[in-house]
Design a protein around this ligand. Structure first.
Ligand code: SF4
Length: 486
């Protein structure tokens, strides 16, 4: 996704000139840059789109170039959205004359029917953001339907993970202001116990597992952020404390803090991680963690004991849970020399960074693909866990590799369930190392570089004299251009 929007600096200048300085400054503060300051994976706006599409009674409308919208719509359906993605098209004329804003406004009025929706979300992609399409001028509510307009340009939001926070944070802010203004609807499922709000998209069994960890403290898990229904936002705000399991949700955390909630970093991974996390919950709520630790830690210790990992593993990804995964791998016995995350450094992952550093692991925030690959080549691990391009590179080198997203989003990570599930998959994959080595030596360069493609045995040759003819033609054209200009 490098420069798919035609140059970050140019687009930022255009956006500022078009009156978007405030919006851009907020994005640049919330999602600071680093060695990796450019999306190297899918379009960031996918994160916001996904959060909108997963919410009940919420319409999501994109405003952007048709090619971007095509890609985003395709990806959302590939991931099983089963929901309509709204789109307001534009051309140079409607963009330049301001008609695009009017078209968006009309689309919002047409869509905002209270019998169908609680909220309508409009997402400005790169070009409308750079052109200053003022979504903040849309009405805040139409017939009781909330209208939320956000800018999510690729030149302002570095990863799709952080784009989830852009929308989740905007919704929490809206809901917090509603709560401050007066009574609001009751969340559908209200726990009798004080709750902990989990921040981040988790594997579906994880909130249940974390609920079991908290039960001996007389606490329950509340509605998550990102939420599945508008009224859940009120339940998420109404918590005893919030847990930033995914530590990059800066805007959402800001809303929690503005509601007077304490926020806890890290997550309950492995034995030490769980003990520390339960103590952090205790510090935030004033409830002793003793009974919860006495219940959970022996189970986790046993699960780790039964699932030991004897392998060197490098971890890289863009989900935001990379540090937690590395902690669990190390507790299970793995040697993890390197963890790269595309997400930025925040205070909420600091306990994990410090723990990993104490084990001798190098933690790279805002890691670029190039850094991840260099670390893998340097460490020569038994298993490389990473993004798609890293996995491709690893396999070409004969290193067993696993796609991070599939591994993390398809199995539990926390408590005893996480300890068992992660170790099993790592053990299965590292067994393939010898087989990979045999495959690489068997094919010995076949199908790579100049020999890629069917039917070529030798390096293809240029037709005789062709390069010379093209050079002469280019020189003649250049001369003719100079002659016309002089
Ligand atoms: S919205 Fe921006 S980052 Fe996303 S695909 Fe379009 S140009 Fe690329």
């Amino acid at each position: 996704m490098d420069d798919c929007h035609g140059g970050r600096d140019t687009m930022q200048q255009a956006a500022r000139a078009a009156g978007k300085s405030e919006s851009l400054d907020r994005l640049l503060t919330d999602y600071p840059r680093g060695p990796h300051d450019q999306p190297q994976s899918m379009c960031p706006a996918f994160g916001s789109l996904r959060v909108g599409l997963r919410m009940r009674r919420t319409a999501t409308i994109l405003s952007g170039s048709a090619c971007c919208v095509y890609g985003l719509t395709f990806t959302s359906h590939f991931y099983g959205a089963k929901r309509t993605v709204g789109y307001v098209p534009f051309n140079s004329e409607t963009l330049v004359r301001g008609q695009l804003y009017e078209d968006i406004r009309n689309a919002v009025f047409e869509t905002a029917k209270p019998e169908n929706y609680d909220a309508v979300v409009v997402i400005n992609l790169c070009v409308p953001t750079a052109s200053g399409v003022p979504l903040d001028r849309l009405p805040k509510t139409i017939d009781g339907v909330r209208i939320i307009g956000i800018d999510v340009p690729g030149f302002g939001v570095p990863t799709h993970a952080e784009a989830k926070d852009v929308l989740a944070g905007a919704m929490l802010r809206y809901a917090r202001q509603e709560v401050e203004a007066g009574p609001v609807a009751r969340p559908r499922a209200v726990a009798d116990l004080p709750t902990i709000t989990l921040i981040g998209e988790l594997f579906p069994a994880d909130p249940i597992g974390i609920g079991a960890l908290l039960a001996p403290m007389g606490l329950a898990v509340g509605p998550q952020v990102p939420s599945r229904e508008w009224r859940d936002l009120y339940g998420a705000l109404d918590c005893a404390a919030a847990a930033a399991i995914h530590p990059f949700y800066t805007a959402s955390i800001r809303e929690m803090l503005a509601s007077g909630r304490r926020v806890i970093g890290s997550g309950p991974v492995g034995e030490e991680g769980t003990a520390d996390w339960l103590e952090a919950v205790a510090a935030a709520t004033g409830i002793s963690a003793g009974p919860a630790k006495a219940h959970a830690l022996p189970l986790i210790r046993a699960a780790i004991g039964e699932n030991q990992i004897d392998a060197r593993v490098t971890v890289s990804g863009y989900e935001g849970s990379e540090l937690l995964v590395a902690r669990l791998l190390i507790e299970a016995g793995a040697d993890v020399p390197y963890v790269g995350t595309a997400c930025p450094k925040t205070e909420w992952s600091e306990p994990d960074r410090a723990w990993l550093a104490a084990q001798g692991t190098h933690v790279q925030y805002r890691a670029s693909l190039e850094q991840d690959i260099a670390a893998m080549q340097d460490a020569r691990p038994d298993l490389a866990v990473g993004t798609t391009p890293l996995v491709q590179k690893a396999k070409a080198l004969g290193i067993p590799a696993l796609y991070f997203t599939n591994m993390v989003s398809a199995r539990p990570l926390f408590g005893a369930a996480g300890a068992g599930a992660l170790a099993a998959i790592v053990a299965a994959q590292t067994k393939g190392r010898e087989r990979f080595g045999r495959m690489v030596s068997f094919f010995n360069g076949v199908g790579t570089g100049e020999t890629a493609g069917y039917g070529w045995k030798d390096i293809p040759k240029d037709p005789p004299g062709s390069k010379d003819r093209y050079r002469k033609a280019r020189e003649a054209k250049a001369k003719a251009t100079v002659a016309v200009g002089s």
